[in-house]
Design a protein around this ligand. Structure first.
Ligand code: ME8
Length: 518
C-alpha cells in the first residue's frame, strides 16, 4: 500500500471554557478525531492537539459574575470539555490549557520574535470591541440596533474602547498573504471560505491591536507587565506550544508546521489572516491547511442559551450512544457545510444505517457461521463471479476512502463504505446462504466467507468513525489487535479459514423510543 509515513500533526480550535461544551464543540472534536484515527490506521505517526482557551475579557467577566477567580472558573469548565472528549473517545495526545506554564513561554517567545522583526509598536487603540467574539471591528462593519446599541456582524454588542495598546503591523502583510493564498491553494478550505478570506484581505488590512491594559487575565507582555496579550495572540500560539515550541527543538522539527487546523467557519479570519501573518513575522513555517467546518443547528435554528435549545453532548451520548452520535454527525452533513440536528434524523440514521444495514449484515452472517460452521471462519470453495465482484468492491474501498480523507470529505468516505455494505446486503440476499445449507454447503461456506470478509474490511475502515463498535465487530471476527490497521485491508489480511470466532452478539442495537420500550 502506498502510504506516506511522514508525521501528521492535527489540531482542533481550543474552546472557551466560559460555559459547558455544546454539540458544536463535540462535532469538531469528533471530526478531528476521525481524521487523527484515519492517519494512525494508515501508518502515520500522529499528534492530535485539543484543549481550552482560557484567557480574555469574556472569561474574566463570566468568572466575576460567578463570583470565582478566572482560573477556578476556567478549570471547572475545562474539566467538562476534557470529560466530554474522554466520553466520546477523542484520541487526543495532549489536552492543552492556555493557562499551562509552557504555553506562557511559547506565547512570549512568539511575541519577542514578532517584536524583533519590527512588527510590534506601541500606540493607542480607539475603536469597537466585542467581548463575546473577543474581536475588534471597524465602525463600518458594525450596525446600529433599533434600541441604539451598536452590534458586531455576529449580532454581539460592541463597546467603545480607548486604551494604550501594542499593535501588530498587519497592514504590511497584505501582499504576502495574497501570495500565500495563491501559492498554496490548499491553505484554506473549503473553497467558499477561501474566497471570503481573499476578498477580505484584498480590501486592505489595518494594524491589529494585540494587547490590553484594562484587565490582567492574560499572558503578560514581555518587558511591559502593564499589558496582557490580546487573547487571540495567545490562543493561536497554542498550536506551537503543542508542538513543543520553543524549548523542545526536536519536537518542533518533527511536528511543526501543523498538517491541519480544523476550526469552525466563524473563526476563519483569525486562522488564515492573523495566524499566518504572526508566523511569517516570527520567521516560522506556516500550517499546511486550515479547514473550516460548518455550524450545527438545532432543527435548523441557531442554538443559544437564551432560546434554551442548546444540545448537551453528555445527554446525547446517554440517549443514543457515543458511536451513534459520532456516526450521525459525520454522515448527516457534508463536512465543511452547515448541518442540522434533530431527534428524528439521528434515530433514522441509527435504525437504517447502523442497525439495519451494517448491524443486520454482521449479525445474520456471523450467526449463520456460528450455527453452521462451528463458529469458525468458513473455508471458501472457488469464487463465482458474484463473489469476485463483492471482493473487488471491498478491496477498492480503501482507495476511495483515502481519497475522501485527502479532500476532508468525511461524509463521502462514509457514503462509499455504506455503498459497499448495501452491495454486500444485496449479494447476501440473492445468494440465500440459508437455503444452501442442505443443497450446497460448499457454496454456503463461500458466501459466508465472502460476507464475513466484507464485514472485516468495513469494520477496519469504520474505526475512525465508530471506534468502539468497530472494535467489537473485529473481535467477533477474531481479528487480532495487530491486524486492524489499513495494512490488513484487502488480500493482505484475508480471514484465515478455520479461525475461531467468539459467539456472535449484536453490535448496533436499534433505537427504541423510551415510551415504546416501557
Ligand atoms: O472560538 N456548530 O472558541 P468557541 C459547529 N476560543 N461548531 C461550532 C458551533 C456550532 N454551533 N459553535 C462553535 C473559540 N463552534 C476560540 C477558538 S482557536 C485558537 C480559539 C466551533 O468555544 C467554533 O467554530 O467559541 C470553534 O471552532 C470551536 O467550536 C470553539 O468555539
Amino acid at each position: 500500500m502506498a502510504t506516506s509515513k511522514s508525521p501528521y500533526y492535527v489540531t482542533t480550535a481550543i474552546a472557551y471554557p466560559n460555559g459547558v461544551p455544546h454539540i458544536g464543540h463535540v462535532y469538531e472534536a469528533i471530526a478531528t478525531d476521525a481524521i487523527a484515527r484515519f492517519h494512525r490506521l494508515d501508518g502515520r505517526d500522529v499528534r492530535f492537539l485539543t484543549g481550552t482557551d482560557e484567557h480574555g475579557l469574556k472569561m474574566a467577566q463570566t468568572a466575576a459574575r460567578e463570583g470565582v477567580a478566572p482560573i477556578d472558573w476556567a478549570t471547572r469548565n475545562s474539566l467538562r470539555f476534557k470529560a466530554m472528549d474522554e466520553l466520546y473517545g477523542i484520541s487526543f495526545d495532549r489536552f492543552i490549557r492556555t493557562t499551562d506554564t509552557d504555553h506562557y513561554a511559547a506565547s512570549q517567545e512568539l511575541w519577542r520574535r514578532m517584536q524583533a522583526a519590527g512588527d510590534v509598536y506601541l500606540g493607542k487603540y480607539e475603536g469597537w470591541y466585542s467581548v463575546r467574539d473577543e474581536a475588534y471591528f471597524d465602525e463600518a462593519e458594525t450596525t446600529l440596533a433599533p434600541d441604539g446599541t451598536r452590534k458586531a456582524p455576529t449580532g454581539a454588542p460592541v463597546e467603545w474602547v480607548v486604551e494604550e495598546s501594542y499593535f501588530f503591523r498587519l497592514s504590511a502583510y497584505q501582499d504576502r498573504l495574497l501570495k500565500l493564498y495563491e501559492d498554496q491553494p490548499g491553505f484554506i478550505g473549503p473553497d467558499a471560505r477561501r474566497n471570503e478570506v481573499l476578498a477580505f484581505v484584498k480590501r486592505g488590512l489595518s494594524d491589529l491591536s494585540i494587547s490590553r491594559t484594562t484587565f490582567d487575565w492574560g499572558v503578560p507582555v514581555p518587558n511591559d507587565l502593564k499589558h496582557v496579550m490580546y487573547v487571540w495572540v495567545d490562543a493561536l500560539t497554542n498550536y506551537l506550544t503543542g508542538a513543543g515550541f520553543p524549548a523542545d527543538e526536536e519536537a518542533v522539527a518533527k511536528w511543526w508546521p501543523a498538517d491541519l487546523h480544523v476550526i469552525g467557519k466563524d473563526i476563519i479570519r483569525f486562522h488564515t489572516v492573523f495566524w499566518p501573518a504572526f508566523l511569517m513575522s516570527a520567521g516560522l513555517p506556516l500550517p499546511k491547511r486550515v479547514f473550516a467546518h460548518g455550524f450545527l443547528y438545532n432543527r435548523g435554528e441557531k442554538m443559544s442559551k437564551s432560546v434554551g435549545n442548546v444540545v448537551d453532548p453528555f445527554a446525547l451520548a446517554e440517549g443514543y450512544g457515543v458511536d451513534a452520535v459520532r456516526y450521525f454527525l459525520l454522515r448527516e452533513a457534508p463536512f465543511g457545510q452547515d448541518g442540522s440536528y434533530s431527534h428524528e434524523a439521528i434515530v433514522g440514521r441509527i435504525n437504517a444505517d447502523l442497525a439495519n444495514d451494517l448491524g443486520n449484515l454482521a449479525q445474520r452472517s456471523l450467526s449463520m457461521i456460528g450455527k453452521n460452521c462451528e463458529g469458525r471462519a468458513p473455508a471458501p470453495a472457488a469464487f463465482a463471479a458474484a463473489d469476485e465482484a463483492i471482493l473487488a468492491a471491498v478491496d477498492g474501498l480503501a482507495a476511495t476512502v483515502r481519497a475522501a480523507f485527502d479532500d476532508l470529505a468525511l461524509h463521502q468516505a462514509l457514503g462509499a463504505i455504506w455503498q459497499v455494505v448495501a452491495e454486500t446486503n444485496r449479494y447476501f440476499a440473492n445468494a440465500e446462504p440459508w437455503a444452501l445449507k442442505k443443497t450446497d454447503p460448499e457454496r454456503m461456506a463461500t458466501v459466508l466467507y465472502v460476507t464475513a470478509e466484507a464485514v472485516r474490511n468495513v469494520a477496519i475502515l469504520v474505526q475512525p468513525f465508530t471506534p468502539a463498535a468497530a472494535a467489537k465487530l473485529l473481535d467477533l471476527l477474531g481479528v487480532a489487535g495487530d491486524a486492524r490497521s489499513f495494512d490488513a485491508l484487502g488480500a493482505a489480511g484475508r480471514l484465515a479459514p478455520g479461525a475461531l470466532f467468539p459467539a456472535p452478539q449484536p453490535v448496533f442495537p436499534r433505537y427504541v423510543e423510551p415510551e415504546a420500550a416501557a
